[in-house]
Design a protein around this ligand. Structure first.
Ligand code: HOC
Length: 377
């Protein structure tokens, strides 16, 4: 079924039909009025391309290097929480699809699969995304497990100081572990394929945090209980000194913060507003990128997430200074639509669109894109 989807929008539509509404809404939804989520998409329309004429584009090359290692395309799987609710293979399926596409996967602190399961299932490059918990013993344990299981980089997310208010989740009574009610049972009956997967392998809670057996609560309440809202630059300095591999800070939206991250030894930054899922009203990530690229120069690699739905979005992000993009929702839609096959389809769609977009833009090598390729309205 996923093979018939020609665009990420079609994968989204298939996911919407395939999984219960609260599960789809968790992935698709965003904070408050979802203004920033919409802006993440719309702002790409304000970046226009200036195609270069009379260039040989017979061989398009998507390869680039990320933190010193080559990837086949400038797309990285973003960390996504509770992915196993969309499909029980969750992060394992995303890791396999990313490896097959020739790129890196990022496993979230809130992942449905354990760090060990993902490492066993895929030999591809993998990063570990950390939320700093009040229980620092748990943080130490997660870091040790990530190191032991070959996670090469630490991605510290800094935009979930407290839980964003996602009103679709509130209205749907979305909770962790899911509360079984007449309404959810009816949703299950209406989605028999999803239900069969869920019954066979119920991925009810984040798998790495010891939440099994805990009482059902809203995701926001659980996050506000577990995450540490006192995290500051001192914590970044501390993590930098303790993590031996590269450190990536995710959720940077300001040039001054970007500079400070570099001064604290960050190797890379993800320009991100968490897909509009945290502070509604925040600028679009693509709007924040140029000033950050200007401030950071070549002192750190930049990646961008939030709003990537088309190959042309990737061209624009690379031209404005990103070395690669991260995709979250595109993969969640793929997983919801068809598990690993859907995640592969998401990579396949963006790979194919990116090749055509680069050829038409007159840049056969993705890594050659620069500011001259675009203007920002
Ligand atoms: C409500 C806060 O990244 C997501 C994940 C998990 C983050 C914490 C949820 O849902 O955006």
């Amino acid at each position: 079924r996923a093979a018939r989807c020609r665009t990420i929008a079609e994968l989204r539509a298939l996911a919407k039909r395939s999984v219960p509404k609260p599960i789809f809404d968790y992935a698709d939804g965003a904070a408050w009025d979802e203004v920033t989520a919409r802006r993440n998409l719309a702002a790409f329309e304000d970046v226009t391309l200036h195609p270069k004429a009379l260039t040989d584009v017979s061989a398009v090359d998507l390869r680039t290097t990320i933190l010193g290692g080559e990837v086949a395309l400038p797309i990285i799987a973003a960390p996504t929480g509770l992915t196993g609710l969309q499909h029980p293979d969750g992060e394992v399926a995303i890791a396999r699809a990313a490896h097959r596409a020739g790129t890196i996967t990022t496993v979230s602190t809130m992942a449905s699969c354990t760090l060990e399961e993902v490492a066993e299932a895929s030999a591809g490059r993998r990063w570990f995304q950390l939320y700093v918990m009040s229980d620092r013993g748990l943080v130490d344990e997660l870091l040790a497990r990530a190191t032991d299981n070959g996670y090469e980089a630490l991605v510290l997310t800094v935009d979930v100081q407290v839980a964003g208010v996602r009103e679709r989740d509130v209205r749907n009574g979305f909770s962790v572990p899911p509360r079984i009610s007449l309404r959810t049972l009816a949703q299950g009956v209406a989605h028999p394929r999803w239900s069969a997967g869920f019954v066979a392998n119920p991925r009810m809670v984040p798998a790495n945090l010891g939440w099994e057996g805990s009482a059902s609560a809203t995701l926001a309440a659980s996050v506000n209980k577990a995450f540490d809202p006192t995290v500051t630059w001192d914590d970044l300095a501390d993590l930098r000194s303790r993590w031996k591999g590269p450190v990536i800070v995710k959720g940077v939206m300001r040039a001054d913060d970007a500079q400070r991250c570099v001064e604290h030894g960050a190797d890379a930054l993800v320009v991100s507003n968490h897909g509009g899922r945290q502070l509604d009203g925040a600028a679009a990530s693509i709007e924040a990128l140029p000033a950050i690229a200007d401030a950071v120069g070549d002192r750190a690699e930049l990646y961008l997430d939030s709003g990537i739905r088309r190959g042309t979005d990737i061209v624009k992000a690379l031209a404005l200074g990103a070395r690669a993009v991260m995709i979250g929702r595109a993969l969640m839609y793929g997983i919801g639509a068809a598990g690993e096959a859907g995640a592969r389809r998401a990579f396949g769609i963006l790979d194919a669109e990116l090749r055509v977009a680069l050829a038409l833009a007159g840049y056969p090598r993705a890594a050659d894109l620069g500011m001259d390729a675009v203007s920002v309205r």
